[in-house]
Design a protein around this ligand. Sequence first.
Ligand code: G4P
Length: 531
Amino acid sequence: MTNELDREVARRRTFAIISHPDAGKTTLTEKLLLYGGAIHLAGSVKAKKARRHATSDWMELEKERGISVTSSVLQFVYRDHAVNLLDTPGHQDFSEDTYRTLAAADAAVMLIDAAKGVEPQTKKLFKVCRLRGIPIFTFVNKLDRYGREPLELMNELEQVLGIRSYPMNWPIGMGPEFRGVYDRQARVVHVFAAEGTHGESEVAERSVAIDSDEIKTVLTEAELAKLHEDIELLDIGGDEFTREKSDQGQLTPMFFGSAMTNFGVRPFLDAFLDLAPAPTPRQTTNGPREPNNPKFAGFVFKIQANMDPAHRDRIAFMRVVSGRYVKGMNAFHSRLGKEVRLAKPSQFMAAERTAIEDAWPGDVIGLFDPGQYRIGDTLAEGSDVEFEGVPRFSPEHFAVVRSKDPLRRKQMEKGLEQLSEEGTVQIFQQLAMGMKDPIVGVVGALQFEVLQYRLEHEYGAKIALDRLPFSHARWVVGQNFDPKSFDWEGNRQTVQDRDGLPLVLFRDDWALQHAESKHPELKFLNEAPQL
Ligand code: G4P
């Protein structure tokens, strides 16, 4: 078993792609699946998007807005590696979801549009990866169009994100003259065939050593001269590549290509699988849990209800951290303090579920959830392990929720409860007498729309949302805190979270700083204190 476990751990890679919308994440994902043999013919993105509507975009809202609201997990095998790609929503209002997904990833691929460089959402997500200290790989996309010079992009990564980069390969030409990439370590040029495919299938390529005579038959004299000049510049002025710096996210290995034409996809995937870490340990309350520990342990990082409207079920996504998961096994649920059966495990190929027999560290499985899981829950063989929680973003938008139909209030409450367990919203109770309507807090305002839509379509509860003027929520800790007298018209309001812990909602930075300076005896915390 241990040998098998070691082998399975070593061959796994679990990562997420982060990018600004439109950089080409959908296209690259599709191409990775193509090279992984999981699909046989990639559609153009348009066709792909149309097809997606039929399969994986299970939510009407996604269709209407053309954005991906939910994350799915895709697994494929490439060169004997079992690759888990965690898909993350691109829209910034769903960054909390992305954050949680990154907690389950061991590496990130930062996708950049060569013409646009580092965009706002790239910046935000990059910061989250930095906080987690995971390795970050950069793929510069859309080289088939004229974009910024590669050196300029390297400079931008450093100036805007504060990270140095090491180009693992280097593009030869750009736009219609984009011919191939030069692999700096192997000293080989990969030249792509321009004709034949429009990206539906793998691109034909020829690999020629730069020092060979043959190179003169594939590149023009001018192309070759420019390449030598660029490489010399990089070799002299650039950083040295070390695996350690890459593993710690201090230096980003950089690649160039075009997801649309498939140029550079295979060289990227090959190098990425060599350089990305195998499943890494996760921190528990008693130190790190190594993947090679033979006892199974995992944590829930995402909960999603009603993925399939025909079934009305709820799925808890669990990342396996150590040992082997076997179908039908029991595990200790540390928050509930009891053994539970991990029912109906499945893996996801876009929206299609496949029942699975076993899973290994790095894998993500979807468990049928009868309402017993929360984000951050530990499930393990034995009761001696508890993972450190998945951090939450503090909500920045608040509204009072009213049921438009008093007879559907129960459905509304049930829906709110479930969506809060999913992590879509946070629910707070008002404390003032007679104020029965709950307050919801969200990280991005678009989540209000999702809430309204889902309550109506999944729970039959129409709601009205009365926006509140607050922008910060802080848990309050301190002996003399008196929730009843703390409210201050329009500037702050005291509420309770679902565990009964008091919080104060503040209008703005000023209101928060005012309370902090007037009440040095109290602590105002960004995250709920541990119970
Ligand atoms: P996203 O998931 O990151 O939002 O991006 P997506 O893959 O949907 O791509 C956004 C647009 O960028 C699409 O164009 C797609 O075709 C285009 N694109 C992706 N990769 C490349 C590339 O390597 N080169 C070029 N030139 N374009 C690329 P669209 O106009 O929205 O759709 P379509 O009309 O092209 O289908």
